[in-house]
Write a protein that binds this ligand. Structure first.
Ligand code: ZN
Length: 138
């Protein structure tokens, strides 16, 4: 069995953002030379997510509004976690959007369903953060 590991780094200039990282994951897959196996992609921070969905800007706007209704950033004083920090909402947004995704690798390609793309979801940006890509297979 072969394995490949890579950290992708992001520094999002805003507090929140959704970034399509499918091209970076495909580049990792090419470098791994693995043609049959699995790709794991996970956020290495508890205030960011990796998830799979559609690359459609209206949907991303809807996600942002929905997450703000579930866990508003303001007022930061509403959260007990916010003693000396202000990112309790980001922890909750990460929890609902998920930590990681696993994608099958078939014939050297990410074996996606229709419209599926991999996204990095940032909920407490403006600093350097990492995503782990781990690929195993033959
Ligand atoms: Zn925190």
């Amino acid at each position: 069995m072969k394995s490949y590991r890579k950290e992708l780094w992001f520094e999002v200039p805003t507090r929140r953002a959704f970034i399509n990282i499918t091209p970076q994951v495909e580049q990792c897959l090419r470098k791994s030379a693995i043609t049959e196996g699995l790709v794991l992609v996970n956020a290495m921070h508890i205030t960011a997510s990796v998830f799979i969905n559609d690359d459609e800007s209206g949907l991303h706007h809807d996600y942002d509004e929905w997450l703000e209704r579930l866990a508003p950033h303001e007022p930061v004083s509403r959260y007990r976690h916010n003693v000396g920090e202000d990112n309790a909402d980001a922890h909750m947004k990460r929890q609902i959007m998920g930590r990681e995704v696993v994608v099958a690798v078939t014939e050297g390609r990410l074996d996606f369903g229709t419209w599926e793309q991999i996204f990095y979801g940032e909920f407490d940006g403006r600093r350097k953060k990492r995503v782990l890509v781990k690929i195993i297979g033959e």
